[in-house]
Design a protein around this ligand. Sequence first.
Ligand SMILES: *[C@@H]1O[C@H](CO)[C@@H](O)[C@H](O)[C@H]1NC(C)=O
Ligand SMILES: *[C@@H]1O[C@H](CO)[C@@H](O)[C@H](O)[C@H]1NC(C)=O
Ligand SMILES: *[C@@H]1O[C@H](CO)[C@@H](O)[C@H](O)[C@H]1NC(C)=O
Length: 501
Amino acid sequence: MKHKLRIALVVMVIIIIIITGILFEELSTMDWSHDYDYDNGFQRKMEEAMGYTKDLDPSLKNMNELKFHLLSKNNNIDKFLSRSKQNTTVMYDTSVERLFKLLESIPEFRFSRKKLRNGNFEDMVLRLSKYSRTQSPFLYDQNLDIGSNNYRQFHQHIRYSVLYDTEDPVIDGLIHDMSSDTITSVEMMEEGTELKLFMKMKKGTEAVFKPMRWGREHETLPNHYYFNDYERHNSEIAAFHLDRILGFYRVPPVTGRLVNMTSEIFRLAGKTLRRTFYVSPIGNLCFFGVCKYYCDSRHSFCGNVDMIEGSLMVWLPDDLEAERRRWKSPYRRSYSKFRKAEWEENEDYCINLLDETSVYKYPRYILDLVDTHIFDFITGNMDRHHSEIFEAAGNDSFLIHMDNGRGFGKANVDEYSIITPLRQCCLIRKSTFIKLAKLYIGPERLSNLLDMSTRKDPLYPVVIQGHLNAVDRRVLHILTLVAECVKGSNSVDDVIIEDGY
Ligand SMILES: *[C@@H]1O[C@H](CO)[C@@H](O)[C@H](O)[C@H]1NC(C)=O
Ligand SMILES: *[C@@H]1O[C@H](CO)[C@@H](O)[C@H](O)[C@H]1NC(C)=O
Ligand SMILES: *[C@@H]1O[C@H](CO)[C@@H](O)[C@H](O)[C@H]1NC(C)=O
């Protein structure tokens, strides 16, 4: 009898220890800071920036109503649409005019202002990108059947010199799928600096979701360093459109999407992600997830009730054929408040680089790098720290442009340091130069093309007027740099390089 009692006692103690352990684990992973954090000025500022703190309207019934509500609060859409085109860039610069005159006087260069003016920008881009889009080899063996949905077809059609052919109907199909197909699974990508969600959809599409952090009008704080700036979902969307307009085809397709946080994230989420959901004092659903740096309740993403905007970028294949190689960009920033990178202090940096017998020797690399920095200068992205290519494509491979979330933060500031590779190397691909020259000569303007292109996105307007003005201004600046380079060189051919891409 006594013996049985003793056993029962021991069993009970063990059970109590186990239960306490579980409870303790549960409690220690719970976030206790919600109550006072909400009063934290930072969180409030962020929500104000997103337009969520005031006049919340839970009476909105359908997606369209809600979308209009969100947009009109975030962007002041009425003000935005009717605003006069203040600060519109005047596409005129005397050094660029002189450069064009010089180019017209060189018959072999085949440059005619009049011809450019009379042509159509889109047709020209299609012509210039024709080899890359239609002739350069495919990454995958086309006889292998890797799947018939738009997502797998997109993978199958990747070429050595471009991610996609803009005329391939699979691309618009893929974008449509990403923006509308039923989301079936959600996983956190915890290794990133900010919260990203890996989503799978019914038809098999896989994509990375970045929720909206800032409203489109929220300007990056002037005292913030680039490396503690936050990503913007609209920058990801706009960058894809910009890359496509410029005929690079180096950014994986992206779409905006308004997502229901309850049914399309919370219900599909694992336990770790679920634990970070909470309801804010004014009744909005918020979450912060798990990641390396900015995943705590002071950096929450809050919905309008439970709807949140975000960007979805298609997932690139990760099998052997599509293996990618990454290396530190030679124009990487120091990522330090106290140190400068070598290229910031040494104007001969590029010349030394070109002499090196390293990866930079692969023939198209420097011209690609200059393209990349032209692209980043136009968006205002200072965060390009790595170069990435498809290993299999070897010398023919372009640089893949991923992670474009840190652009479109300052409408009235042009970050000239981004374009340093062009200034120091004084090299630019001829096709890129011709495209920019055409945007100067017109009648098309990059701002209009970008605005028109993003009209197709469910989250239009993606780029507001101030930033649209900025992209034109930046095109003008790039051309003045080319003019300076040509002026300081012996021959136009030393600066403007025709390499077949
Ligand atoms: C989001 O989904 C939940 C669950 O299906 C639903 O109750 C809620 O009304 C949806 N929100 C909106 C704004 O449609
Ligand atoms: C790539 O280009 C370099 C320099 O032009 C050349 O030496 C090398 O053989 C090329 N590699 C391939 C695989 O074509
Ligand atoms: C126009 O540019 C000036 C100077 O850069 C800036 O202060 C002003 O806010 C801009 N106006 C608009 C409407 O963006």
